[in-house]
Design a protein around this ligand. Structure first.
Ligand SMILES: [Zn+2]
Length: 307
């Protein structure tokens, strides 16, 4: 029997077969278990990824919300700032209005204290009331008078300007004195009567008329004189003192009321009136005469007369 020859191999071969089969089965089971695991891991991974992506989406949305809230806040802030600015502007406007009102009040108060007669033009139709007297008069120190024995008065508020003029002239080597300053209506009238008696009515009217001497009634006008004239104002126009006044008097607020060639009154080089530094400077710089000016334009300088 031939199969007996293979008999000893049957059992080991069976064993091998069984082992191989077992191994195959094991391997198959193992692979399928691993495949299952991979599948479950893949599912898990996919779900995690989905969750993550969902979370990311939520985060992005939150971020966008925050952004829009921030923008909203910044809008609110800027609109609040605008409101504050608007309020500030209104407050500023109110302050300006208050300031301008108080400025106006200040101007009115200042003007109410200044005598409007001080810058009036006087003529045959408009002259000072006979009862007019300056509110304050100061007696000028004798050093400034030509005749030290005489007594001359000047408007108290204008005196510091005149004193400075005299002192400046003196420091420039110019001998300058007051010959006649304030004159009351009565003094003026008697002076005119005197001239009328001496020269006759026609002549007296031409140089001692109301308009000329009424300026003396203000207390801000004076007749200057210098040495070497023998006490007369005649010849004053040829003196150094007159040249000095023409060049400098405006700096102290004085103007010459009746300059050479004026059409209002006789030429009086010695006769000067205080009108304030600002106005006198304006007249001087523009070569204008006080009496050629419009009264309304003159009045604009009243507020600054003592500045
Ligand atoms: Zn005079």
């Amino acid at each position: 029997m031939g199969y007996k020859r293979f008999l000893p191999y049957i059992i080991p071969a069976g064993i091998v077969f069984v082992v191989l089969g077992g191994l195959f089965v094991y391997g198959f089971l193992r692979i399928s278990a691993l495949t299952e695991q991979i599948g479950s891991l893949t599912t898990e991974f996919a779900s995690t990824t989905a969750t993550l992506s969902q979370n990311t989406g939520q985060l992005a949305k939150n971020l966008a919300d925050l952004r829009s809230q921030t923008t909203g806040l910044s809008d609110t802030l800027s609109s609040a700032q605008q409101n504050i600015d608007a309020v500030k502007t209104q407050v500023g406007g109110v302050e300006q209005t208050v300031g301008s009102i108080s400025g106006t009040v200040g101007t009115l108060q200042k003007l109410s204290k200044i005598d409007p007669e001080l810058l009036k033009k006087y003529s045959k139709v408009y002259f000072l009331n006979e009862n007019y007297t300056p509110p304050h008069l100061i007696s000028m120190p004798a050093d400034y008078l030509y005749k030290e024995s005489s007594s001359e008065q000047f408007l108290t508020e204008a005196w510091p300007f005149l004193k400075n003029l005299f002192d400046a002239a003196k420091s420039n080597g110019i001998a300058l004195y007051a010959e006649s300053a304030y004159r009351s209506f009565a003094e003026q009238q008697s002076l005119k009567s005197l001239y009328t008696v001496i020269y006759g009515a026609g002549t007296a009217n031409s140089f001692a008329a109301d308009q000329g001497y009424s300026e003396h009634q203000l207390g801000t006008t004076l007749d200057f004189i210098t040495t070497g004239l023998g006490g007369q104002t005649e010849g004053f126009e040829n003196t150094q003192a007159y040249q000095w006044l023409l060049a400098n008097a405006y700096r102290f607020g004085f103007e010459i009321s009746y300059p050479k060639g004026n059409t209002h009154y006789v030429y009086e080089p010695w006769h000067w009136r205080f009108v304030g530094v600002k106005f006198a400077t304006y007249l001087h710089d523009n070569k204008l005469n006080f009496y050629d000016m419009d009264q309304r334009d003159i009045d604009a300088y009243l507020i600054n007369i003592f500045d």
